[in-house]
Write a protein that binds this ligand. Structure first.
Ligand code: NAI
Length: 300
């Protein structure tokens, strides 16, 4: 089968000055996409610039490979920033086809010590940032009847991780956003998926221990490439990518029990094991599919 190329396509990768975003940007360029390399140059906690322009140095790397890219230094965390990022794609290349919402910061703290200074910037960058960049791109996607959104979630949100209430909530929020974009975009040829990567970057260098050497961030980009390609049918899904292993996370619903008007707190207690029994679970693609299951159970 032919290689997956992106000739003629324009990809925006946020937070692409380093880590995972840089790998995605380089791989898009190697495969023929023109790339907007966005990065504010933030420190890990988002409090200030650490280096002159990481976005520009990634653009230089892309140019050295013979690719085409522009740097953008706006923050994803404001409506104006999101608009400016999409405008860079339109100004430089006349279109936008792919948005990879990847920019991120960490402000970890156990929940009893959480403050608004730790909460708001994390929600702003990860969750609102994905809205702010995707909203202006969406208008182009609807008009051109094609487009791809990839939101960078995390197993921290999907599974919960000690000390990361702010980050986990933002990352799970991105799953909800992804599902709605998938539902609303389908009839316009727009697809949205989420990824939950694990990789050795400055964000994780102190966390991964002996697993670190397996977890080259390069090994996440192949999933991003395939999800971004028109050949990929996936829409509304969540994929895990770590050290060359790709798998799908999903939200399952157990058969549970149906008691109708006879339900009481005591029947819930008595049914607890059956309610939690995972055998025969389904993976509803939409609320409508959950309603179908309910209707079946009410009939029975
Ligand atoms: P990183 O810290 O190397 O990359 C994040 C980039 O986002 C940085 O270059 C930073 O300057 C940029 N950034 C921060 N705030 C920004 C803003 N307001 N506007 C534009 N750019 C901004 O970390 P890494 O690991 O590459 O993270 C990339 C994404 O992957 C993040 O969303 C992170 O939460 C997510 N992730 C990473 C995991 C890992 O194992 N490395 C695990 C799960 C999720």
């Amino acid at each position: 089968m032919a290689d997956l190329g992106f000739d003629g396509s324009v990809a925006i990768v946020t937070g692409a000055g380093g880590g995972l975003g840089r790998e995605h940007a380089l791989e898009f360029a190697r495969r023929g996409a023109r790339v907007v390399v966005n990065d504010l140059g933030a420190s890990l906690d988002g409090s200030g610039a650490v280096s002159e322009s990481p976005a520009q140095s990634v653009v230089k790397e892309i140019e050295a490979l013979g690719g085409e890219a522009v740097a953008n230094g706006d923050s994803v965390a404001t409506k104006e920033g999101g608009e400016a990022i999409v405008k860079s794609a339109i100004d430089a290349f006349g279109r936008v086809d792919i948005v990879v919402n990847n920019a991120g910061i960490l402000r970890d703290k156990t929940f009893h010590k959480m403050t608004d200074e730790l909460l708001s910037p994390v929600i702003d960058v990860h969750l609102k940032g994905a809205f702010y960049v995707t909203m202006p791109a969406w208008l182009h996607f609807r008009e051109q009847k094609s487009g791809v959104v990839i939101n960078t979630s995390s197993n921290s949100g999907l599974l919960g991780n000690f000390g990361q209430a702010n980050y986990a909530a933002a990352k799970m929020g991105l799953v909800g956003l992804t599902r709605v974009l998938a539902a609303e975009g389908a009839k316009y040829g727009i697809r949205a998926n989420a990824i939950a990567p694990v990789a050795l970057t400055r964000m994780t260098e102190e966390l991964l221990g002996s697993m670190a050497e397996q977890l080259d961030p390069k090994l996440v980009s192949p999933l991003v490439m395939y999800l971004s390609h028109p050949d990929c049918p996936a829409n509304g899904n969540i994929y895990s990518a770590a050290g060359g292993t790709i798998a799908r996370f999903f939200i399952g619903l157990t058969p549970g029990t149906a008691r109708g008007h006879a339900i009481t707190a005591e029947t819930v207690r008595d049914d607890w094991e059956a309610i939690n029994d995972e055998s025969g679970y389904i993976v509803p693609a939409s609320p409508a599919e959950e309603f179908l299951k309910l209707a079946e159970q009410w009939k029975a």
